[in-house]
Design a protein around this ligand. Structure first.
Ligand code: ATP
Length: 252
């Protein structure tokens, strides 16, 4: 199975409202792809469709040659699809180290007995330290989550998603709420994740989008308006028109 994630004619309606409509999206192996579009365009809904939070009204989703369309969120996660949310979902009183250890235990199906036996325990902690190091959180491994700067908390959320050993990582506004001077650092850590992981991220800050994506998909009113490299999207008059007057669009 390859890491290619592909949708065909994907759509969902809420009552008569087509929140996502006829979306053909491809996420190639190793992608660093941004999903942009105005507020309410359907970006989070599309990620919810990809991860199985919502079942589509129309269309299909494939990972390689496996069809995911009607699989549960849990099964998709088991197949290597991981995500983060727009809103912080961390346990404030846990440390980053224990949070990641628990996430790895979950992947391993160890549940509540994660702390036994000791040999296994060491492997879990070693892996957690490696993961925290990758996201430059190792120095903060034992600091309660509630005391971490918000940007560090968001990095921890990515570490937790990475603990599932994903093939595909879907990041819903990873820099939301993060002060501007920390968001570049956060995206640098994302950029340095292993290249074989395909990443799709929603981001409103066009400076970050143009700096860190290799492809951009533009969603407007539930439909893909266009898709291309940052250079192509940056000169596309339709995209400029959509963003005219929208905050943060000066880069488009
Ligand atoms: N469960 C739901 N029931 C009804 N309408 C919904 C539901 N989820 C989303 N919507 C609607 O679908 C549309 C798309 O919402 P969505 O959150 O996907 O947009 P978005 O592009 O992620 O916006 P933002 O950039 O503001 O986060 C919105 O009009 C929203 O109100």
């Amino acid at each position: 199975m390859t890491n290619t994630l592909r949708t065909h004619g994907l759509g969902i309606s809420f009552g008569a409202f087509r929140a996502v409509n006829d979306v053909n999206l491809t996420l190639e192996p190793g992608a660093r792809q941004a999903l942009i579009g105005p507020n309410g365009a359907g970006k989070t809904t599309l990620i919810n469709l990809l991860t199985g939070v919502f079942m589509p009204t129309r269309g299909t989703i494939h990972m390689g040659d496996r069809e995911l369309t009607s699989l549960s969120a849990h099964k998709r996660a088991r197949m290597g699809l991981a995500r983060t949310f727009q809103i912080n979902t961390l346990f404030p009183s846990l440390t980053p180290l224990l949070s990641v250890v628990l996430a790895i235990s979950e992947r391993e199906g160890l549940g509540a007995v994660w702390w036994r036996p000791l040999t296994r325990n060491k492997a879990l902690f070693d892996e957690a330290h490696t993961l925290l190091g990758r996201l430059k959180l190792d120095a903060l491994a034992d600091v309660p989550v509630a005391e971490l700067a918000y940007g560090k908390q968001r990095l921890l959320e990515i570490a937790l998603a990475m603990a599932a050993r994903p093939r595909i990582l879907l990041l819903d506004e990873p820099a939301a709420g993060v002060p501007e001077d920390e968001s570049g650092e956060l995206f640098e850590a994302i950029a340095e994740l292993p290249q074989d992981i395909s990443i799709l991220f929603i981001e409103h800050d066009m400076k970050l989008v143009f700096r860190f994506s290799k492809r951009i998909s533009v969603l407007v009113a539930g439909q893909i308006l266009t898709e291309g490299t940052p250079a192509e999207i940056g000169v596309d008059p339709r995209v400029r028109e959509v963003y005219l007057g929208h905050a943060g669009a000066s880069h488009v």
